[in-house]
Design a protein around this ligand. Structure first.
Ligand code: UDP
Ligand code: MG
Length: 323
């Protein structure tokens, strides 16, 4: 057998025809400068544009580039998972396709890895070219998540990171469906370190994370790592019951001992009603989020299905469906 492959670079792709070539060129340049063996793994996550064709063409001309082509869109986190599952490198780097994560940081990550760190994550100092709304909600979200969970998940950190082979092997044993990978990696432990960088703006194209996906992602993160929303639901339920009991006493007292004072009151009745209905629905919603995820787990469907692969030297046919 040949010497062990040093570095795998995993790039998830969803409708990235506008950036793919540029990303490939910049990544290639960086990887060639390192003087280590490497592979680049493109994961085409069910793109509807020319991404698949372009990725296939790149693979035809460059054997270091490999392709995993999903049967449909399974989502960013799942695409990353597949890339890691198929990788052979001793170190695995995950990087977005849109050049928001600078490939030039990879040599620094590898240097830290050689110092003995198992996980080297990129910590975002600045986020260029993103809407105020996204920056604000992201900041808020990471801090909220930190308060909600006992797992130490670093704030302002995306999936741009290097992980050691043994972390990837451990990750293979984590089978949850609605995945929040950066959280799972924190949960695994190991020796972790962050390096700071400025997040550039998207090279071209639109974000593939519209508000709907962002919300789903945030719910996945919180529900995967915390029961606190459920606890909060029951605590606020108890508190409100106590308050309403006190109010009930006041109502009874007024009815019995303060004559002719019970006529006005539709406003307060309505207010109490609306308030409690709101709270009840919200709590039901929170419970629903958890039940939905239990349902996903219970079905136990495969995490992803691969339609086609390219340029992998070893036989990966046992991996094309991840259970
Ligand atoms: N992506 C994916 N599947 C999806 C959505 C996104 O593989 O369903 C990829 C996308 O191609 C990109 C990365 O995930 O490489 C991050 O997406 P994007 O840059 O659009 O997210 P943002 O930076 O806006 O949060
Ligand atoms: Mg992006």
């Amino acid at each position: 057998m040949s010497a062990k492959l040093v570095c795998s670079v995993v790039v998830p792709l969803y409708n990235e025809e506008e950036v793919l070539l540029e990303t490939y060129k910049r990544l290639k340049k960086v990887m060639d400068s390192i003087n280590e063996s490497y592979e680049i793994i493109f994961v085409n996550d069910g793109s509807r544009d020319k991404t698949a064709t372009m990725a296939n063409e790149i693979c035809n001309n460059d054997q270091t580039v490999k392709l995993i082509d999903f049967a449909r869109n399974f989502g960013h986190q799942t695409a990353i998972t597949a890339g890691m599952d198929f990788s052979d490198g001793q170190a695995i780097v995950v990087i977005d396709a849109d050049l928001q994560d600078p490939p030039e940081l990879i040599p620094k990550m590898l240097a830290k890895w050689k110092e003995g760190y198992d996980v080297v994550y990129g910590k975002r100092l600045e986020r260029k070219g993103e809407t105020l709304f996204k920056k604000f909600t992201a900041k808020l979200f990471y801090r909220f998540l930190r308060r909600m969970t006992e797992v130490e998940i670093p704030v302002d950190t995306g999936d741009f990171r290097l992980i050691d082979r043994k972390v990837a092997e451990a990750l293979k044993l984590v089978n949850e469906r609605n995945r929040y990978i950066r959280g799972i990696i924190s949960w695994l432990g190991f020796k972790q370190i962050g390096i700071e960088f400025n997040r550039d703006k998207r090279f071209a194209g639109e974000t593939k994370y519209p508000l709907k996906k962002m919300l789903k992602f945030a719910f996945d993160a919180i529900t995967s790592f915390s029961y606190k929303p459920l606890k909060l639901a029951s605590y606020s339920g108890m508190l409100l019951s106590l308050l309403s009991f006190i109010y009930l006493l006041i109502v009874l007292y007024t009815k019995l001992f303060v004559p002719s004072s019970t006529q006005p009151g539709w406003a307060s009745t309505l207010a109490v009603n609306l308030f409690f209905n709101g709270i009840t629905l919200m709590i039901l919603g929170i419970i629903g989020e958890y039940i939905g995820r239990i349902y996903d787990e219970a079905k136990g469907r495969p995490l992803y299905i691969v339609r086609h692969t390219k340029n992998f030297s070893e036989d990966k046919s046992d991996k094309i469906i991840r259970r």
